[in-house]
Design a protein around this ligand. Structure first.
Ligand SMILES: [Zn+2]
Length: 62
C-alpha cells in the first residue's frame, strides 16, 4: 500500500487506511479515485498533484 501526500497542505492519504470521512474504505487505491478528485483538506490540489510518500529505508544506506 502507498501513501500519497498533498504538496499544498501536507494532507496524507494512506491506501491501507482509506478515509472514512470521504467514504473511502481501507484498501482503496488512490489511483482508483477520479482524476479530478480534490484534496479533502485544502481542495486546491487534485489527485494527480499528490506525491508518493516513500517510507524511509531501513537498514540500508542509499
Ligand atoms: Zn491539500
Amino acid at each position: 500500500m502507498t501513501t500519497y501526500q498533498c504538496p499544498e497542505c501536507g494532507f496524507k492519504y494512506d491506501e491501507s487506511r482509506g478515509n472514512a470521512h470521504e467514504g473511502l474504505k481501507p484498501g482503496t487505491p488512490w489511483l482508483s479515485l477520479p482524476q479530478d478528485y480534490a484534496c479533502p483538506s485544502c481542495s486546491v490540489r487534485t489527485r494527480d498533484d499528490f506525491e508518493v510518500v516513500n517510507p524511509p529505508p531501513q537498514g540500508k544506506s542509499a
